[in-house]
Design a protein around this ligand. Structure first.
Ligand code: PLP
Ligand code: ZN
Length: 414
């Protein structure tokens, strides 16, 4: 009990008690959870963490709950993979994949944020949870919400990938497909959230929800042997994950779990929806909203809520941001699969293709260590690859037909 001090406005610093609220009444700034780091420092030692179960709740003192974790008891602690084949291909010395393609239960990093949001929703006494989603959040709210016994309302843009719609419907939420893009879905949901007493995970529960993203950063540090990487590349939709990965590194430094911290943070976007990387490259302070048009639908937020803070983190650390075309995204997905055996969704293609660009342009030095946050599974967005992979070798069911293929591909039996 009692590691959270309250909520605080990021703009004017005004403090609020812990409630399902997300915006400052005075300046409309976003609210953020603040902790008692002195108290956490005494409790959250490396030894204590290492003794705990391998899930995201092993860092629970740095998560905004009062009681026991109630949702996502097997979520988090995904592999950190040393990507030597890919490093060789890209010409860098040390490269890692933080592999949330295998997140439990719905194969994306959203399982982290929803685990925290729904635990908090239980503590607040809500019986209904809801969200506005670009796809992966729909899966996670539907699944975690089913297991935790919530009524679920899930709002998506009607143009979402068909496979992502099916993978939400299977959990039988109330799925609402809205004729509009994500930003329009989100605006509608803000209106609904004002009227109905639901826990909208990324609206009125957002300060708590967003904290769940820190667990990806905590795990990276622990899995690197309690060291921070020189560079971390993070895909950006609203920009929340990026700001929270950076917050997680700073918190581990603050409570003494990290000796030194000199990481540069990089943002990755699709060129068809790049409000954050565009503003950063132009040196602008305001983000100009865009109308998304990209195959990376999970990142297709044209008016990113945390974009300003993401840019701040990138600038403060000396990082940079890049964006890549749909073509480059598909090449990125294929390169990751071919070299490391990891099949990522379009957002992963964005992260890899941007990392490649950052290396080629010298923004990421070749002799430094880099972690790429690969945030979702490729089985979710197979549409992006249809017609863009090789075809199978088609044969008759006999040996001769098979060996014809062997000679055609030039397979050497010796
Ligand atoms: C939601 C999402 C992100 C980024 O989300 P933020 O809104 O920037 O926190 C990244 N990758 C995938 C696969 C996602 O679903
Ligand atoms: Zn304020």
């Amino acid at each position: 009990m009692g590691y959270v001090r309250g909520l605080k406005c990021r703009e004017c610093g005004r403090e609020y008690p812990i409630d399902p609220i997300y915006v400052c009444e005075f300046c409309f700034g976003p609210l953020e959870v603040v902790y008692d780091y002195k108290k956490i420092k005494r409790k959250l030692t490396r030894k204590n963490i290492e003794k705990r179960e391998k899930n995201l709740w092993r860092y629970r003192e740095l998560l905004p709950i009062d009681g026991e974790p109630q949702v996502g008891l097997k979520s988090g602690y995904t592999p950190l993979i040393k990507a030597d084949n890919l490093a060789k291909e890209l010409g860098v010395s040390e490269l890692y994949i933080k592999d949330d393609t295998v997140a439990h239960p719905t194969l994306s990093f959203k399982d982290r944020v929803v685990a925290v949001a729904l635990t908090k929703a239980k503590e607040f006494g809500f019986d209904t949870v809801a969200c506005a989603s670009t796809g992966n959040l729909a899966h996670s709210v539907s699944a975690h919400g089913a297991k935790a016994g919530f009524q679920r309302f899930v709002f998506i843009p009607a143009t979402l990938e068909p496979s992502k719609i099916v993978a939400s419907l299977v959990y039988e939420p109330n799925l609402v497909a809205v004729d509009g893009n994500y930003d329009e879905v989100n605006r509608l949901c803000s209106e609904i959230a004002n009227k109905y007493k639901w826990a909208f995970v990324n609206i009125n529960i957002r300060p708590f929800y967003a904290e769940g993203s820190k667990t990806q950063g905590f795990e990276i540090i622990e899995q690197l042997g309690w060291k921070a990487p020189d560079n971390v590349v993070v895909p950006c939709a609203s920009g929340s994950l990026l700001t929270k990965v950076w917050k997680s590194f700073k918190e581990f430094k603050e409570i003494g779990l990290l000796k030194s911290l000199d990481t540069k943070v990089y943002g990755a976007q699709a060129s068809g929806c790049s409000p954050i990387s565009t503003a950063l490259k132009q040196g602008a302070d305001v983000i100009r909203p865009v109308k998304p048009s990209t195959i990376a639908k999970s990142l297709a937020i044209g008016n990113p809520a945390d974009g300003f803070y993401a840019i701040q983190a990138i600038r403060d650390t000396g990082g940079y941001a890049e964006d890549v075309t749909d073509e480059e995204i598909v090449e990125g997905i294929k390169l990751l699969a071919r070299t490391e055996g990891v099949f990522a969704e379009t957002a992963g293609g964005v992260t890899l293709a941007c990392t490649k660009k950052l290396i080629e342009t010298g923004k990421i030095p070749r002799d430094e260590s880099t972690v790429m946050c690969i945030t979702g599974n490729g089985l979710k967005t197979q549409e992006a690859l249809v017609g863009r992979t090789a075809s199978p070798h088609h044969i008759k069911p006999n040996l001769a037909s098979f060996e014809e293929i062997l000679s055609k591909i030039g397979y050497d039996r010796s």
